[in-house]
Design a protein around this ligand. Structure first.
Ligand SMILES: Cc1cc2nc3c(=O)[nH]c(=O)nc-3n(C[C@H](O)[C@H](O)[C@H](O)COP(=O)(O)O)c2cc1C
Length: 322
């Protein structure tokens, strides 16, 4: 009897709801993800540039590359960059793209042609001075990592999810610092598709479309929504990557807040199609950005406060040697 009830529940409630939610995600993915099409958005163009230029940066960093490598990618990048600058003007990405192409043609082992060299020269003449070129390779050295494991562990283990805040405002400088720190997170092909949307007052309507404030979230000084832009992700095997990049970005943002002595608590984004639709209306977040999570934050109050212990199990159970 119990088994039949469970089967009926599965067939009548769980499967239909799940199918609707997956279908909703599918249509969003098909609508906003990166595709080979002439009608693409600025972000999709940026993603294409980043994908290609990052492949070249990796090639430039290899100790023993194949002679004549990378020609097709560099040629494609020069074409994309030209179109990007013509349509969108010169920005950091244009400088980066031309910078990488410049590093590429100046590397003795890369694949070149007269046309490619000419294309890169043309791009530079459009208005990017040599001193403004960015990207290529940089040098790293282990001796510069001058802190130890225990120091980092102490910083991280002093963070707890805090659901009680003072009324003191979080400053825009503090937010900018935390974003800057979040940007140190790695992202797939360095696509940097994540953003932080900041809501200062009256975010109750946002919480309302996210199953409410749970008795604490409305007391925060700021509500942050971490998003990842689907325009930056393409092939079907990348379909979950926005959540991965977004999660890493969010974690770094939380740590950026933590080291400035600002309390935070993440709040799960409720992925129900009807709530999702309402969420976009109340937040005015562009539909190509998917919410990763909410982060509530505020300054600590002066008194000592209680938080859930949130015990961590032994780290040995988390290591599986193969
Ligand atoms: C993505 C994410 C969603 C979360 N959602 C909620 C939430 O909806 N409500 C809540 O009270 N805490 C939420 N938390 C906080 C967790 O309960 C908390 O991180 C966990 O218990 C570990 O505790 P600690 O952060 O103090 O180390 C969330 C955390 C994460 C990472």
């Amino acid at each position: 009897m119990k088994k039949i009830k469970s089967l009926i529940r599965l067939l009548i409630f769980i499967i239909p709801k799940t199918v609707i939610a997956f279908k909703y995600d599918l249509f969003r993915w098909l609508r906003f993800s990166l595709r080979d099409s002439d009608r693409i958005t600025k972000q999709q163009r940026q993603a294409k540039l980043l994908l290609n230029l990052h492949a070249l940066e990796k090639g430039l960093s290899f100790p023993d590359p194949r002679e004549g490598w990378g020609y097709q990618k560099a040629f494609l990048l020069s074409k994309y960059t030209h179109k990007y600058i013509t349509d969108c003007g010169i920005d950091d990405l244009a400088r980066l793209s031309v910078g990488v192409l410049d590093a590429f043609i100046n590397d003795p082992l890369t694949g070149k042609s007269e046309t490619l060299i000419h294309n890169v020269e043309l791009l530079k003449q459009i208005g990017i001075e040599k001193k403004d070129l960015i990207g290529g390779v940089k040098f790293v050295q282990k001796d510069l990592i001058n802190f130890n494991f225990q120091e980092l562990y102490n910083v991280a283990s002093l963070r707890s999810s805090v659901r009680h805040y003072s009324e003191k405002d979080i400053t825009s400088q503090e937010i900018e610092n935390a974003v800057k720190y979040a940007q140190t997170a790695p992202s797939v092909c360095n696509r940097q598709a994540c953003k932080i949307h900041v809501f200062s007052d009256n975010f109750n309507d946002i919480l309302d479309v996210q199953l409410g404030n749970q008795g604490w979230a409305h007391k925060a000084n700021k509500l942050f929504v971490v998003t990842a832009d689907l325009n930056f992700f393409g092939s079907v095997y990348e379909r979950n990557q926005p959540y991965i990049d977004g999660g890493m970005f969010a974690m770094q943002f939380v740590m950026g807040m933590h080291v400035q002595k600002i309390a935070t608590c993440c709040k799960m984004y409720i992925r129900k199609p009807d709530l999702d639709k309402k969420f976009y209306i109340v937040t005015d977040i562009p539909k190509n950005e998917i919410p990763i999570m909410l982060i509530l934050a505020g300054n600590y109050s002066d008194e000592i406060i209680k938080v859930p212990h949130s015990y961590r199990f032994s780290s040995t159970n988390r290591t599986v040697n193969h």
